[in-house]
Design a protein around this ligand. Structure first.
Ligand code: FAD
Length: 425
């Protein structure tokens, strides 16, 4: 591992492999960016507020779509994630009485898009990325919360909650939805807006039938519930339910939160109720936010990435994949020009249209989870089977994108993949 002194700013006006690139946040986006930058010859250094132990243990699980899995190819982590995770071969949507509204088959994703969708514990994904960073000699500093950012003409001066400050040439804010760096650099930007939904979830060992790779989701009368179970893994479950304020669940003890969640799903078909009856405590709830579109994703030597630039709720399962894609595109832009201002502008121009499409899809999915009058539930049950094919078509375009093959969009993105497949056939 390089000593910290080797990582101070060079004062370069142009980007070169000597450029020290500070990354605020060792979440999914920050770690993938560090790996890709190092692969391209840069010197990234990552500052993470949490301890390493907390980073490895916090959060429950997430599903990475094929496009996110292909993004991980660019940093050679896709195979480890595939081994550690659970292939998610279909999504089944049920109504509150357990009647199937739709079955979205994803079993062709591996053959069609090059990677399946994979559900994996957050800690396991973080561990894979951290180990890879360490194997590549990338400096990761845990317990280093960025508290002040001073972007000067020749460097960005950083202050931390503990320890000495540091100068870096460029700074990428990968510090999530409530990004401190964004607030410091863009004090006028709007704050994330609460969507009126709170999510929870967990992993529990309970004896229910396998879903055989199907993520089974129920639109209950009060709340939304999903789970997946295979022979080699326990039950991975999640839910979302309406709440008046983002802090509504914070006051509850873990046992009281579990009881609240059970009440939210009391009308659910089995095995949802059996799964929740095995859940005694829920440690944390996750209020779900939307981020208004931001006017710009960079200023001077600082750029935003992942949730810090464009929070995407969990409803379309694309937030993490978007952070991964951002990281691959931004690193390629930086490697392609000596002018970091041009690289930041190109990154934003490449990413904005795709993010806008994903946000649109996500909002459609979220609105379906908010119906609560009997009439709106009835109408949703009637319309959903008709709307699903449209959503599936739009989602498959998302999945087809190969950021690892075409990060700068010079080969036609999805078209490039289609062409490749025709050539291979
Ligand atoms: C309940 C829930 C379920 C979800 N499920 C899915 C899913 O199934 N699939 C999917 O694709 N997406 C899902 N998402 C969205 C996904 O989690 C995010 O989009 C993704 O984590 C964004 O990655 P990121 O790297 O931008 O930010 P984060 O993963 O949020 O990482 C930010 C990092 O920055 C650190 N940090 C914050 N402030 C500072 C500071 N001042 N100094 C230093 N470090 C700092 C944090 O500790 C954290 O490690 C879900 C989100 C939620 C809330």
């Amino acid at each position: 591992m390089c000593p910290i002194e080797e990582h101070t700013a060079t004062g370069n006006r142009a980007t070169s492999v000597e450029t020290t690139i500070g990354i605020c946040g060792a979440g999914i986006g920050g770690l993938v960016l560090a790996l890709r930058l190092a692969k391209l010859g840069f010197r990234p250094i990552v500052f993470e507020a949490r301890s390493k132990e907390a980073a490895l243990s916090e959060g429950v699980f997430l599903t990475l779509a094929s496009n996110g899995m292909n993004g991980l190819r660019a940093v050679d982590c896709h195979e480890a994630v595939l081994r550690e995770g659970l292939e998610t071969r279909a999504i089944e949507l049920l109504n509150a009485r357990g009647k199937r509204l739709a079955l979205i088959d994803q079993s062709d994703h591996s053959a069609t898009f090059g990677m399946p969708a994979v559900t994996i514990k957050r800690g396991a994904l973080t561990a894979i990325l951290i180990e890879k960073c360490q194997a590549n000699g990338i400096l990761l500093q845990f317990g280093r919360r960025v508290t002040k950012v001073d972007s000067q003409p020749h460097a960005v001066m950083l202050t931390f909650s503990e320890g000495a400050g540091l100068a870096v040439d460029l700074l990428v804010a990968a510090d999530g939805l409530r990004s401190t760096v964004r607030t410091l650099v863009f004090p006028d930007y709007p704050l994330p807006q609460f969507t009126g939904l709170i999510g929870t979830g967990g992993i529990v060992d309970t004896d229910i039938p396998d879903t055989d790779g199907i993520m089974r989701m129920t639109f209950g009368e009060k709340a939304f519930f999903g789970y997946i179970k295979t022979a080699s893994h326990p039950v991975y479950w999640f839910d979302s339910f309406p709440a008046d304020t983002p802090d509504a669940m914070r006051v509850l003890e873990p046992t009281a939160l579990a009881a609240h969640v059970r009440r939210m799903h009391v009308d659910n078909p089995e095995p949802n109720k059996s799964i929740l009856s095995a859940v005694d405590e829920i440690e944390r709830s996750y209020p779900l936010f939307d981020m208004p579109q931001l006017a710009a994703w960079s200023k001077g030597r600082v750029a935003l990435l992942g949730d810090a630039a464009h929070a995407i709720g969990p409803h379309a399962g694309q937030g993490a994949s978007m952070a991964i894609e951002d990281a691959v595109v931004l690193s390629s832009c930086l490697a392609d020009t000596l002018d970091f201002g041009a690289a930041f502008a190109r990154y934003e121009a490449l990413r904005r249209p795709r993010i806008a499409r994903v946000v649109k899809l996500t909002r459609q999915s979220a609105s379906r989870k908010r119906k609560n009058s009997r009439l709106s539930l009835f109408i949703r049950d009637l319309l959903l089977p008709l709307l699903i094919p449209m959503t599936v078509r739009a989602s498959r375009k998302m999945f087809a994108y190969r950021v690892d093959l075409d990060p700068l969009g010079t080969k036609g993105g999805t078209e490039y993949v289609r062409q490749n497949r025709q050539d291979a056939a």
